[in-house]
Design a protein around this ligand. Structure first.
Ligand code: HEM
Length: 391
């Protein structure tokens, strides 16, 4: 494998990046791509060290390769980041999101019912997308009749994150974003005018904070946008990657249906083994060295979470998908100050879905072509047609 040919944006490489990652870890753990003026970090210890060192590896300037800076928490460094994170984090703890468990379990049961009757389903469009949107709609306290709109807006977000849009697509995505932001603005104004003391949607909770410091309405809107941007496609990808992993590892599927108590370690293994967020970028604030390679100030560095999670220095038999794998921690939810705010909520949704699958289905098979989707940041599936045998 010729590492000079490695380009993290190349579609053929993205189709199966794992052999390339191994080559990078073994031969060029901090690899410079001159054509893009980009440094790529691939070993677990180095990815963790860079992500923790936000004083050098800054998120300001964008965590995508060519994203513009937006006023949002993932693109802030401390202390600006610390302030926003402190004002929202208590609503995302495992205890806080546990209050949403019933709604998640009900949504999964309702959405799986037709699939169990028809014995056929597209796991992505019929289950993963609505389950994920249900969780986000609950965070907004969104009325039932607006939830159809959320699905349209989410498609705009997915297209925007994928990048490379032609002018027509840009115009379409702009309209969707304006509608979505309009909904958030109206909702926030309405809740400001008529606060409900018993409301448990995150927008109301964040606005009701009895702190000296509070998010402004503009910041609440930005936070609302962030929840869909960060929490939708990631979770859909995890669900679809996980089901695909179980189909391609029938022994692990058998293990899962005979030992449903393994669901918590199964959902960690899914996010480790075929991680929905493959990478994020950082911007160097000063000269530094990674794996003995000098990196100048003011350049982009790609942190390959997808490779760190397959690092055999950290995970024994790292390429094996083992649903009963025990520790150590993977970096599928990131690491450091930007560690995924929504991880407890993602675990809740994944737990609800995979518990229901292993309890209600005895056999899972592909029923048509799987359409994979990958960008330099995200790895997932757009279409996953299945034939299922209920228990
Ligand atoms: C399996 C699903 C998910 C995965 C794999 C995932 C992955 C990640 C990763 C890797 C980061 C770190 C970004 C960085 O270092 O720059 C992150 C941050 C974040 N995630 Fe998630 N995420 C998931 C689900 C969610 C959900 C459901 C939500 C909320 C509804 C969410 C909200 C966030 C937010 C707000 C941040 C930014 C945190 C900060 O900057 O402090 N994520 N996520």
């Amino acid at each position: 494998m010729d590492l000079d040919a490695f380009d993290p944006f190349n579609k053929d490489i993205l189709a199966n990046p794992y052999p390339w990652y191994r080559e990078l870890r073994n031969h060029a753990p901090c690899h410079f791509i001159a054509a893009r003026n980009l440094w790529v970090v691939s070993r677990y210890d180095d990815v963790v060290a860079c992500a923790r060192n936000h004083g050098v590896f800054s998120s300001t300037g964008g965590v995508g390769f060519d994203w513009e800076q937006r006023p949002m928490m993932p693109m802030y460094d401390p202390p600006q980041h610390t302030r926003v994170r402190r004002l929202v984090s208590k609503h995302f703890t495992p205890a806080a999101v546990a209050l949403r468990a019933e709604s998640q379990e009900r949504a999964v049961a309702r959405l799986l019912q037709p699939a169990l009757e028809q014995k056929r389903v597209d796991l992505v469009s019929d289950v993963a997308i609505p389950v994920s949107l249900n969780a986000i709609a609950d965070l907004y306290g969104m009325p039932e009749e607006r939830r159809r709109d959320l699905r349209r807006w989410s498609q705009g977000v997915v297209e925007e994150l994928a990048g490379g849009l032609d002018p027509e697509a840009t115009a379409r995505v702009d309209i969707l974003r304006k509608e979505f932001v309009g909904f958030l603005r109206e909702t926030i104004a309405e809740r400001r005018a008529h606060p409900r003391p018993d409301a448990n949607d995150v927008l109301s909770l964040v606005m009701a904070a009895e702190d000296d410091d509070k998010l402004t309405d503009r910041e609440v809107v930005a936070f609302g946008v962030l929840l869909l941007t960060a929490g939708f496609e990631t979770t859909v990808n995890a669900m679809a990657n996980g089901v695909l992993a179980l189909i391609t590892h029938p022994d692990e599927w058998q293990k899962a249906i005979t030992q449903p108590e393994l669901v918590p370690s199964l959902i960690e293994e899914i996010v480790r083994w075929d991680c929905p967020v493959q990478s994020f970028f950082r911007n160097t604030l000063s000269e530094t060295t990674v794996a003995g390679v000098a990196i100048p100030k003011g350049v982009k560095v790609q942190l390959l979470f997808g490779s760190a999670n397959r690092d055999e220095r950290r995970f024994p038999n790292a390429d094996d998908f083992k649903i009963d794998r025990e520790g150590p921690d993977h970096v599928g939810y990131g690491v450091g100050v930007h560690f995924c705010l929504g991880a407890p909520l993602a675990r809740l949704q994944l737990g609800a879905l995979f518990s229901a699958l292993v309890k209600s289905i005895s056999k899972l098979e592909l029923d048509g072509e799987v359409v994979r989707a990958h960008s330099v940041l995200f790895r997932g599936v757009r279409r996953l047609p299945l034939r299922i045998e209920p228990r």
